[in-house]
Design a protein around this ligand. Structure first.
Ligand code: AMP
Length: 194
């Protein structure tokens, strides 16, 4: 992976560990010589990840819309900031620029973006690795529900296994670098035994 798209909250969340992990992800991106692609804002975990990546020497590319330039305040220190018209153009450009995707804790926007690239992969529109940073068990409830989608035979297990889940940024990027279509130790099979 040469570039990584990061989806994360436009807020920092309730637990300081979210901010710490966002900063560690930015540093891990820089340590691998990768470019970070993200929504271009200077708010929340988006800002913390971007600032940490920049400070550690990474190239950071933002993609935002005219409307969000004001609401999320476009980050002025990026190597590139693309301002497009629509959210669809924004998400497509972010996805096209990236060789892989990671979601940190976040809100509805983060969830929507993650699920979109996951469904695009399911349909074969791309073959890029997908990772979820499950910091402090933030996504446990969602992962429980996703287990049900397989148990109730709406989602194939190999599609669930496409999402690599970890709580450590370095380890997650390591695993994504060698990701196979079906992970050997998928979170959904472990959770079935809980
Ligand atoms: P959030 O996780 O809701 O804090 O939002 C994180 C990022 O996702 C922000 O840059 C939002 O502008 C963006 N976002 C919010 N809603 C959507 C959406 N429907 N589609 C794509 N991105 C969104």
């Amino acid at each position: 992976m040469h570039s990584l798209c990061v989806y994360c909250g436009s807020r920092v969340g309730a637990d300081p560990l979210y901010e710490q992990t966002a900063a560690r992800l930015g540093q891990a991106i820089a340590a691998r010589g990768m470019t970070m692609v993200y929504g271009g804002g200077s708010v929340g975990l988006m800002n913390i990840t971007a600032d940490a990546a920049l400070a550690a020497g990474a190239r950071v590319v933002g993609v935002t819309t005219e409307l969000l330039m004001h609401r999320e305040v476009g980050h002025s220190g990026l190597n590139e900031l693309h301002v497009v018209q629509t959210m669809h153009q924004r998400k497509k450009m972010m996805a096209d620029f990236a060789d892989g995707f990671v979601a940190l804790p976040g809100g509805l926007g983060t969830l929507e973006e993650l699920f979109e690239v996951w469904t695009w992969r399911q349909l074969g529109y791309h073959n890029k690795p997908l990772g979820l940073l499950n910091v402090q068990g933030y996504y446990d409830g969602l992962l429980d529900f996703l287990s049900q989608t397989h148990e109730q035979e709406f989602v194939r297990p190999d599609v669930l296994g496409l999402l690599l889940v970890d709580d450590d940024p370095d380890r997650l990027l390591e695993r994504m670098g060698g990701a196979q279509p079906v992970s050997e130790d998928p979170w959904w099979s472990m959770r079935e035994t809980i």
